[in-house]
Design a protein around this ligand. Structure first.
Ligand code: PRT
Ligand code: ZN
Length: 224
């Protein structure tokens, strides 16, 4: 890999991929994304785009493997919380919130139980893909509940007897409804965001970012 080129990590395939690709195009970054390659080289700017799983993006940027990344705040906050107390760098610079990837991380429980307040969660098992964010919330709210880590199909956990409740991402609410779950408190509101390695000192790369930022502002304003 050529170290002089600005490295940007985006999600390879998933809910953020299309918006990330569109954004890069709107910023004037020409890419050949046809191939199923990990790295796409820009043909008109010194930029390489790494296409990876969204969960890997914060770490790649924190560790300086990539200079920039586009990722949901939910994944960023969870990854940072995972690194707290370790020797690993957990810092990034949040350059901009983007206008896509909206969702909220919310609690939910079986509909048939009806409305519940926070005290109901005492002693319960909550399934989630975001155990660190959930633990912080439970601590803040003084609730003693256990977390069950699941990387997928969180919404079926109560029905499958794996947990009493869930803490999962919600956008339209259709998934909760289809699984007979009632939505409770929102723990985190999230959007996609552009992050930068906190220790980036390469002046050529910083100058390129400086050049791209006003364009990003323009793209965001044009959407309003
Ligand atoms: O393979 P990879 O690890 O890269 O992808 P992934 O499967 O982990 O992530 P992906 O593509 O599902 O989501 C990427 C990012 O999109 C998330 O981290 C969020 O920042 C954002 N996002 C926005 C969402 C949603 N909306 C969303 N609705 N991520 C997931 N969901 C899921 C949710 O988990 C639930 O299963 O959609 C379902 C709920 O949707 P509704 O509309 O039925 O409420
Ligand atoms: Zn993921």
């Amino acid at each position: 890999m050529n170290n002089n080129r600005l490295r940007i990590a985006i999600q390879k395939s998933g809910r953020l991929s299309k918006d990330c690709q569109d954004l890069l195009k709107q910023l004037g970054v020409k890419l050949n994304l046809r191939e199923q390659r990990l790295i796409a080289h820009s043909t008109n700017m010194p930029i390489d785009v790494l296409r990876v799983r969204d969960d890997d993006i914060p770490g790649l940027v924190m560790d300086g493997v990539c200079d920039l990344g586009i990722v949901g705040e939910n994944v960023l906050v969870e990854s940072q919380a995972e690194r707290v107390g370790s020797t690993q760098n957990a810092e990034v610079i949040k350059l901009s919130k983007l206008d896509f990837g909206y969702c909220r991380l919310a609690l939910a429980w079986p509909q048939e139980l009806g409305p519940q307040d926070k005290s109901w969660f005492e002693g319960k098992r909550i399934a989630t893909t975001y155990p660190e964010i959930l633990k912080q919330y439970l601590q803040r709210e003084n609730i003693n509940a256990s977390t069950v880590m699941l990387t997928g199909s969180v919404e079926v956990a109560p029905r499958a007897g794996l947990a009493d409740a869930i803490c999962d991402l919600v956008s339209t609410g259709a998934t909760l409804e289809a699984n007979g779950l009632m939505q409770g408190d929102t723990i985190l509101e999230s959007k996609a965001c552009l992050i930068q390695n906190a220790n980036l000192t390469d002046t050529t790369k910083l100058a390129l970012i400086e050049k791209l930022m006003p364009r990003l502002k323009g793209v965001k304003q044009a959407k309003e």
